[in-house]
Design a protein around this ligand. Structure first.
Ligand code: NAP
Length: 490
């Protein structure tokens, strides 16, 4: 059998792209590049720099299994430290030379000679495989509120924070009450002249001591004993199974966690009127659960206010709500989230016979086991559709998927096939099982969240980690069309 090193283009240098790069490197592949449109690595941790940005997953588990970091400064690290960690991992694993930063992919087209990947500016890269590690929370969403162009103060979206904006001593509006809104309110309130949060839907906010420092002694112990560090990581990974358990099954464990969220509200907010305004009418954990140790205090402060009245327009000097009240403002912060199901779009991605991703996903994003799409030969996604946001470690999921893809690359290297493409039947079967498993999940208990696609499916992983591992340990050839040199599919 001939041996050839496949040419691979990885698109994106966030958690998924870095993982794919490290796994390919470790498997001995040498002919790959990581193309990133941003000016640095880290994905969401590069793009998001808003005040208060902290990861709500403890850092000793929010890290790559292959790169445990002993000395996180906080139990829940801040965004800038996480971004630096990603940069350090890229350097430590020798990926710097493979990186193409400031390089946006505009087109990726499959033809008789494999993939042609075109960058903004026109440069073309040829590849045998494309790995799309393009992320989910990537394109900021700003609602179309009439009059925004008239506002004479500053306007900013949290995901494109502008360091030049003055917030100290200003009258600030924060629109949105998700994880981001809660963090930015907590960070800006202490030094604002006035801070008003416009919350269309209240969120359950589970209390957690997010500002806790990681003890220095722990860092020293973990650095001195890497095996113990690895064991800690595995134990945390195992322990985090409770998150999937809470999300997937309506057991006493879910009810206990939900009680904790309700308790957080009642014990933290004494003002009855504010508490009523902050009380959601859906179950805790239905939306992505928000964690904070400071939000309830911040929104209850004398210089803070919560407004649940819908916004009707933005004026030159502030914004007006539907009840006619005008709120005078200096700064408007949109913490209004993302277009969460865009994945590779707006890239012109075309697979077999010119099929575009927009056509293939006319009824919403769907993939086989998060990673393969019918009609798109030799293309895989890492952290693609149905990835487990909030229920299973994303780093674990990305590494598992990258190792799965690597098995196909190894077979290609050995000359076993030319093209591999998942079948429509296998994809339908997988998606049917996903839809069925979504039934008893907490995400399906009657709230409106970014997890829902426009077609009303839930874009999450409804199984536990064991099932994920089983589904992605080794490819099942029966689910794929495998193309050979003679043109036959076998
Ligand atoms: P989000 O959860 O989608 O929240 C967007 C907010 O904007 C919601 O409160 C939404 O209200 C509101 N909104 C949207 N359009 C509006 C409009 N026209 N008028 C008024 N309000 C409007 O976005 P996010 O807070 O940026 O969080 C997104 C995800 O990012 C999180 O769920 C989490 O997965 C991730 N994240 C993680 C961390 C972390 O620490 N790891 C931190 C930040 C974000 P409705 O609820 O009514 O739609």
């Amino acid at each position: 059998m001939p041996s050839r090193d496949p040419r691979v283009v990885i698109i994106g240098a966030g958690v998924a792209g870095i993982t794919a790069g490290v796994v390919l490197e470790q498997a001995g592949f040498e002919n790959f590049v990581i193309v990133e449109k941003g000016s640095d690595v880290g994905g969401v941790w590069h793009w998001n720099r808003y005040p208060g940005l902290t990861c709500d997953v403890p850092s000793q588990i929010y890290q790559f299994g292959f790169a445990p970091k002993p000395d996180w400064s906080q139990i829940w690290a801040e965004g800038s430290e996480i971004q630096r960690y990603h940069r350090e991992v890229v350097e430590a694993f020798g990926l710097t030379d493979r990186l193409m930063l400031d390089s946006e992919v505009t087109d990726a087209v499959h033809g008789a000679d494999g993939w042609t990947v075109t960058l903004a500016g026109g440069r073309e890269l040829r590849a045998d495989f494309v790995i799309a590690a393009t992320g989910v929370l990537h394109h900021p969403f700003t609602p179309d509120i009439p009059g925004v162009e008239r506002f004479t103060g500053s306007v900013v979206h949290t995901a494109r924070w502008d360091e030049a904006i003055e917030t100290v001593g200003k009258r600030i509006a924060v629109i949105g009450s998700g994880s981001t809104g809660v963090q930015v309110v907590s960070a800006l309130q202490p030094q604002a002249a006035a801070l008003t949060q416009f919350a269309r839907t209240p969120q359950w906010v589970l209390w957690a001591p997010m500002g806790l420092r990681q003890p220095r002694l722990l860092a020293k112990l973990l650095a001195a004993a890497p095996a113990a560090h690895q064991r800690l990581y595995s134990t945390l990974l195992w322990g985090s199974g409770i998150l999937a358990d809470i999300a997937l099954k309506p057991t006493w464990r879910r009810r206990a966690a939900q009680r904790l969220a309700r308790w957080s509200l009642t014990t933290q907010v004494r003002d009855r009127e504010l508490r009523t305004a902050l009380t959601p009418d859906y179950e805790p954990f239905c939306k992505r659960q928000v964690l904070s140790g400071t939000y309830h205090r911040a929104i209850g402060a004398d210089n803070a206010a919560l407004v649940t009245e819908p916004i009707s327009e933005i004026t030159e000097t502030g914004l007006r709500t539907a009840d006619g009240t005008h709120h005078d403002l200096d700064v408007i912060v949109f913490a209004t989230g993302f277009h969460p199901h865009n994945y590779m779009r707006p890239m012109n991605l075309r697979g077999r016979d010119g099929l575009s991703i927009d056509e293939a996903w006319a009824k919403g994003p769907r993939a086989y086991r998060m990673t393969a799409i019918p009609g798109f030969p030799n293309l895989f996604t890492v952290l693609g559709p149905n990835s487990p946001t909030g229920s299973i470690s994303l780093q674990y999921s990305a590494e598992l998927t990258a190792r799965y893809i690597t098995q196909w690359l190894e077979r290609f290297r050995d000359g076993e096939f030319e093209t591999v493409e998942v079948t429509e039947e296998a994809t339908v079967r997988f998606n049917d099982s996903v839809a069925e498993a979504m039934g008893p999940t907490v995400w399906n208990t009657g709230c409106n969240s970014w997890y829902f696609t426009e077609e009303n499916t839930i874009d999450l992983w409804p199984f536990d980690r064991k099932t994920m591992t089983a589904l992605l340990t080794a490819p099942d050839d029966r689910d794929f069309l495998i193309g050979h040199k003679d043109g036959n599919l076998r």
